[in-house]
Design a protein. Structure first.
Length: 414
């Protein structure tokens, strides 16, 4: 590994990527997030920070196929009109922006605890933009509501996000579902209310608008909609099976990749619009993830963060949560949890729950704190909307500070 002024080159590349994602503009050229991450990965390869073989092996194929499967389901839901149809049934009782935002926080947040946050990010982005357009609401409010809901709601479940699953499998928890619910359900519900209050403060003008009027949305393609129903049923049934297998201690692993690919199968195999659905799937986000895996592996290999944290007492709840939120912005929360669990060793349940909460709510701070944020922004930009780094940070900084206090206070009671 090479360095400049004692700083590993991979860290310099990572810093440059972080800055470019923050500004997203070079002269007259408007950069997309996947462009920046791809350039970062190529730079790591060209400078020898990671070899071609290691780069190829660093790409998590399970994650790539999971995302592809769910992108196909999400696109099918959108093209068939079924997403608009079911959204009316869910949100028709919300007669004001207050109720719409609050309902979205809790419905999407609750579902993300069961269907994994990235899944809800994929399906929820066109929904958020549709609601914004239909009710003349600032799309940034709806996109932020979605991003916060999928991140915060996923905290309270061992299958809510990949890092929680890692903790559930390797954290020495006898009953992960019960443990996560006992320690994290109440503060998560409180934090969803906190998110509503902060959104209401920063978007106060949006909440002063006219009453929200709903109208039924017809399905535009009944055949594709029926296949999407089957896909959603497959997701729900297989997730329930996955939960049951964990509860009974079965050694059979129902991997999320299998769930996503099986869910996409009805659309790919039976729809006469399969080519258009596959073509419009979010391939740019897949490029982002592949590039992110390569760059993060290069950063991991240089040992910078491992060396920085060695010799430090990292076992207290405030330290665990502070490091989780901060370092997850730089090396992503999943590799951070993998590293940090080794440093914690045989930590107790409270320590593991602090790690789960901190590494997850890191996604509420900045765009790069969670993969779901990138999925939402990339999908939104396909439809002409976006969230800038500053859009996210001005809400994320006070929200994350409040999140930390709530989780820390609650965990301190045990």
């Amino acid at each position: 590994m090479t360095s400049i002024g004692g700083i590993p080159v991979s860290i310099i590349i990572l810093a440059a990527v972080f800055v470019l994602i923050a500004i997203r503009q070079i002269g007259r050229v408007r950069l997309q997030i996947w462009h920046i991450m791809l350039v970062g990965a190529v730079a790591a390869l060209l400078t020898g920070e990671i070899g071609p073989v290691d780069a190829a092996l660093s790409i998590n194929i399970d994650v790539m196929f999971f995302l592809l499967g769910m992108f196909i389901v999400g696109e099918g839901l959108h093209q068939s009109g079924y997403l608009s149809h079911i959204s009316h049934r869910i949100f028709k009782r919300a007669r004001s922006v207050d109720r719409l935002v609050l309902l979205m926080l809790f419905v999407i947040g609750g579902l993300s605890a069961l269907l994994m946050n990235d899944t809800l990010a994929i399906i929820g982005t066109p929904l958020a933009l549709m609601l914004a357009k239909k009710h003349n609401i600032n799309p940034k409010l709806m996109l932020l509501t979605l991003a916060i809901a999928v991140t915060t709601g996923s905290v309270m479940s061992p299958i809510g996000n990949p890092q929680n699953l890692l903790i559930a499998l390797n954290g020495g928890l006898e009953n992960p579902f019960l443990t996560f619910f006992e320690y994290l359900a109440v503060p998560t519900i409180i934090n969803l209310f906190v998110a509503f209050l902060i959104l209401r403060i920063f978007f106060r003008d949006e909440f002063k608008g006219n009453a929200v009027e709903h109208s039924p949305e017809p399905v535009s393609d009944p055949r594709l909609a029926m296949l999407c129903k089957i896909s959603l049923l497959i997701v729900i049934v297989l997730i329930a099976l996955k939960v049951a297998l964990v509860l009974i201690g079965s050694e059979f692993e129902m991997r999320l990749t299998y769930i996503a690919l099986l869910a996409a199968a009805p659309i790919v195999l039976l729809s006469n619009k399969r080519k258009n659905v596959i073509r419009k799937a979010d391939w740019s986000t897949l490029i982002f993830f592949a590039s992110m895996f390569v760059l993060m592996q290069a950063v991991w290999n240089c040992g910078f963060f491992q060396g920085t944290l060695s010799g430090t007492d990292v076992s207290t709840v405030p330290m665990i949560m502070g490091l989780s939120v901060g370092v997850s912005q730089l090396i992503s929360n999943v590799p951070f949890v993998a590293l940090f669990m080794q440093m914690l060793g045989s930590a107790d349940q409270i320590g593991m729950m602090a790690l789960a909460a901190g590494s997850t709510i890191a996604g509420n701070l900045f765009v790069l704190g969670a993969a779901s944020n990138v999925i939402i922004i990339q999908n939104a930009e396909k439809q002409g909307s976006t969230l800038t780094f500053l859009d996210f940070a001005k809400i994320g900084i006070p929200l994350t500070a409040a999140n930390i206090l709530v989780y820390w206070a609650f965990l301190s009671l045990f």
